[in-house]
Ligand binder design. Structure first.
Ligand code: NAD
Ligand code: DEZ
Length: 372
């Protein structure tokens, strides 16, 4: 069995070696000819999976993406050929939640406000939105959820309307890129929607670039609007609108989900799916491969005020301001955008970090955030 996997999938060689002949490819060079003998195709979001790529692959019986988003895959085409498709929903939800938490503390420093005083509006309450809401609950930070598909489907949580979300101090987007239909998300933040944001209000996009009209944001900034825009994802990646960059409060290269755990979990999820499809008992797991985190210990002083301690510990593990600085200094076009993503340094999740909370005022919150 020939298993083709994208080179950005951590531990794919280890997970898939025993299941067949595992062959690595780069999204930059993959084409129909390269994978024409594939039985299994495993990708991340950088490989477009469609008829053009797959029309010669007549043996194909499994396609998987080790990502939450599936907009790079023509799922209808796969269904028309009866090829089972798998994705890794939830693999990086915690990574994105931690990215947003870091953003909140960095924005609080920048704008001189307290995270504790703010209400966070979460649009999209799936894996990421839920992981974020749990982190906010752990810290007692107010939040509101907006997710009409889940609400219409009877999800028992409390949801608010888009109008109510627009009143939140911080709004963070965690929806899939949906191009049409009742729950369309493409261009959800168009010029009219963006224009409703007040100066100082924070808008974070860490889902898909096409949900927020980048050109419209640029025009509004040029017209004098001063909402605080935090972008991890961009329209038309990797050829992003560089003119928008100086107007962003924080900008990163689509790396919100790029913890080692988040990426590797995606690989593991596809391994488990493939084992199930092949009716094989899985005999490997992520913990066989994950490196020991460094630093592995953080100590909290018992005298440290609660919010100061939480801020410091969150930013010790991941400080988005560092990524923002490097990204803005380095990116000059599509090739560089790709390069930065590909060479993104290993980031760890809170769950890999041991904390000695000692007599810190509310150590439960630390462990509820996932720290060991
Ligand atoms: N930046 C990154 O690195 C990164 C990482 C993970 C996921 N993502 C993106 O974020 C998206 C969300 O990830 P997830 O794992 O939570 O997916 P998910 O499918 O678990 O959740 C998405 C939620 O959005 C809701 N939704 C759909 N249409 C909506 C609408 N019109 N209004 C409000 N809510 C709507 C859905 O009902 C669902 O609950 C992914 O599709 C992916 O594109 C980006
Ligand atoms: O959808 C996802 O899971 C994320 O956007 C993911 O981080 C994309 O990462 P990539 O596959 O482009 O490395």
């Amino acid at each position: 069995m020939k298993i083709y996997y994208e080179d950005s999938m951590p531990y794919a060689a280890e997970f898939f070696a025993d299941l067949g002949e595992a062959v690595v490819f780069s999204h930059k060079t993959i084409d129909a000819e390269t994978i024409k003998d594939a039985d299994v195709l495993l990708v991340r979001s950088t490989t477009k999976v469609n008829q053009e790529l797959l029309h010669l692959a007549t043996n194909l019986k499994f396609v998987g993406t080790a990502t939450a988003g599936t907009d790079h895959v023509d799922i209808k085409y796969l269904a028309s050929r009866g090829i089972p498709f798998f994705s890794a929903g939830g693999c990086n939800a915690v990574a994105v939640a931690e990215y947003v938490l870091s953003t909140l503390f960095v924005m609080a420093d920048k704008l001189d406000w307290q995270v504790a005083d703010k209400t966070i509006g979460i649009i999209g309450a799936g894996h990421v939105g839920t992981a974020l809401s749990k982190h906010l609950s752990a810290l007692g930070i107010n939040y509101k959820l907006c997710d009409p598909p889940l609400q219409d489907n009877g999800d028992s949580r409390t949801f608010v309307s888009m109008q109510e979300i627009m009143q939140c101090d911080v709004i963070t987007l965690h929806v899939p890129w949906v191009k049409d239909g009742v729950y369309k998300t493409e261009n959800m933040f168009d010029k009219a929607q963006l224009a409703q944001l007040s100066d100082g209000q924070v808008l974070i996009n860490a889902c898909r670039g096409e949900v927020l009209n980048n050109q419209a944001a640029l025009e509004l900034f040029k017209e004098g609007h001063r909402f605080q825009l935090v972008l991890d994802v961009w329209e038309n990646e990797p050829d992003i609108n560089l003119e928008l960059m100086p107007f962003t409060a924080l900008a990163t290269a689509h790396i919100a989900g790029h913890t080692i755990e988040g990426k590797a979990r995606g690989t593991e999820m596809l391994y488990l799916d493939l084992c199930q499809q092949l009716n094989i008992q899985p005999n490997k797991e992520l913990t066989d491969y994950l490196p020991i985190a460094a630093p592995s210990d953080i100590a909290l002083e018992s005298t440290e005020p609660f919010w100061q301690g939480i801020r410091n510990i969150v930013l010790d593990v991941y400080n988005i301001a560092d990524d923002d600085r490097q990204f803005k200094a380095q990116v000059d076009g599509g090739e560089q955008f790709r390069y930065i993503r590909k060479h993104y340094p290993i980031r760890r999740e809170f769950s890999a970090i041991k904390v000695n909370a000692g007599n810190f005022v509310n150590s439960k919150a630390i462990y509820d955030l996932g720290f060991l």
